[in-house]
Ligand binder design. Structure first.
Ligand SMILES: Nc1ncnc2c1ncn2[C@@H]1O[C@H](COP(=O)(O)OP(=O)(O)O)[C@@H](O)[C@H]1O
Ligand SMILES: [Mg+2]
Length: 445
């Protein structure tokens, strides 16, 4: 029998196989218990190459061979690609109940990491370690992994509605209703709260719409833990790191100083909440210059209800609770405060959002501009009640017109660029006033 022995633990990007007889682990330094979560640093500090599957025993992760994953994904058919992030494609696959005892037949998502340099391997390992140990209804479930030769793969539960990014920004589809948006915001906040409030807190560091996945009933689950980081310990107020994350979502103080705190995640949450309110992307280069960075553009407009109505997503067609929108906007404003200490904790965010999902979708937004036509004017002349009916009709006419206009505008957009780590992001940010001398590891949104 062979066992996979991993130099992964010291971040060397290959997995070597050696015979079990010669590979008895001298000491399992970091076997997971229910009390102490294993962290990436526990492993990287070990000079001995420990077997990851031994270290993560108890987490019920399955170790797959590359050949098995090839079968599961029909040879990584391009027709089965679910999405693509910074490190390679994610394929849909199907596991049958004969593959492993105890593993039920189910659809899965298989992420194939493109190991171009050390960063890909590091992210793979980080994700295995965090997601392998953290279990929560608002975190995507990691089923297993593959580390064979140069191959690094992750196998997750399949999320039928894909990412929030796809649902929110997909062209020519029915837009997400207001209450669904609030349900998603709440679910994602609960996932974040679980991380921040864990016995050994975790900073997620890459909170964004493409990393929030949706179940069939729109339950939100956080995925993609490649950039996650253990929170500060003891008296430390922050973790100092290289600046990694995504342009448009990363908190300004983190970009400037490299100081990472839970409040950095709260800032990114604020950006996602803004995306849910406005239907706009965190960075959109197709818009006029001053509107390209969503947080910068929208923040001053969040506190005044009259101005708020101007930035609400036109695809909502006015079908949202005004009060709910005001409360969500006020929350986004607080999350986006430039001084991290003034931002709410994520548990406050959860408490604030909790009631908002129950606010009615169908309040008529006061911003809806209604073009009076003859029939309405005629009815108004006769009966006030009838005029209300006419107004409703006009409202839907306006919305239809507006939606078409909106769809047309989207048709002209350039295709979604692949999210990548990019040195050029630094220069782009300098131009958009978002940069700092150490802003070198941000992904393009
Ligand atoms: N479990 C899943 N179920 C369905 N789609 C998924 C799943 N995991 C990822 N995807 C799709 O693949 C995209 C990229 O996945 P992600 O894990 O964020 O990769 P990366 O680390 O490269 O950013 C997601 O935005 C989503 O569209
Ligand atoms: Mg991602």
């Amino acid at each position: 029998m062979t066992v996979k022995r991993m130099t992964c633990l010291s971040f060397v990007p290959c997995c070597i196989k050696i015979e079990s007889s010669t590979a008895k682990p001298r000491k399992v330094v970091a076997k997971q218990t229910s009390f102490a979560r294993l962290s990436v640093s526990d492993l990287s500090s070990s000079t001995l190459s420990e077997d990851l599957s031994i270290s993560l025993a108890g987490s019920n992760l399955h170790v797959f061979t590359f050949g098995e994953l090839r079968v599961i994904t029909q040879n990584f058919a391009s027709s089965n690609i679910l999405g693509e992030g910074g490190f390679g494609p994610v394929h849909k696959g199907f596991i049958d109940d004969k593959l492993r005892p105890g593993l039920k037949a189910q659809p899965v998502a298989v992420k194939l990491l493109d190991l171009d340099g050390l960063q890909g391997h590091r992210e793979w390992l980080t994700e295995v370690i965090f997601l392998g140990q953290l279990r929560h209804p608002h975190l995507v479930k990691l089923i297993g992994y593959c580390c064979e030769d140069e191959h690094r793969l992750l196998v997750y539960e399949y999320m039928p509605r894909g990412s929030l990014e796809n649902q929110l920004f997909r062209r020519y589809s029915v837009s997400l209703p207001w209450s669904t948006r609030m349900k998603i915001a709440l679910g994602a906040a609960k996932g974040l709260a679980f991380l921040h409030e864990a016995e050994k807190p975790v900073i997620y560091r890459d909170f964004k719409t493409s990393n929030i996945l949706l179940d069939s009933d729109y339950t939100a689950k956080l995925s993609d833990f490649g950039l996650a980081k253990d929170g500060p310990e003891g008296d430390d107020t922050h973790v100092s790191t290289r600046v990694l994350g995504t342009q448009g979502y990363a908190a300004p103080e983190y970009i400037m100083t490299g100081h990472l705190t839970a409040a950095s995640d709260v800032y990114s949450f604020g950006v996602v909440l803004l995306e849910l309110l406005t239907g706009r992307k965190s960075v959109d280069k197709t818009r006029p210059h001053r509107e390209q960075n969503l947080a910068e553009w929208a923040r001053p407009l969040l506190k005044d209800p009259r101005k708020l109505s101007r930035i609400m997503d036109p695809r909502l067609e006015g079908q949202y609770s005004e009060l709910g929108a005001q409360k969500a906007a006020a929350l986004a404003y607080q999350c986006l405060r430039s001084r991290p200490k003034f931002r709410p904790t994520v548990s406050t965010v959860v408490r604030t959002l909790e009631p908002l999902k129950d606010y009615n979708d169908d309040s008529v937004g006061s911003f809806v501009y209604i073009v009076p036509n003859q029939s309405v004017l005629h009815k108004e002349h006769h009966k006030e009640g009838d005029a209300q009916e006419g107004l409703k009709k006009e409202k839907s006419h306006y919305h239809k017109h507006h939606q078409l206009h909106h769809a047309h505008r989207h048709m002209n957009k350039s295709p979604k660029s692949r999210t990548i780590y990019s040195e050029t992001a630094l220069h782009q940010n300098i131009r958009t006033g978002l940069s700092s001398p150490i802003h070198h590891g941000l992904k393009r949104a």
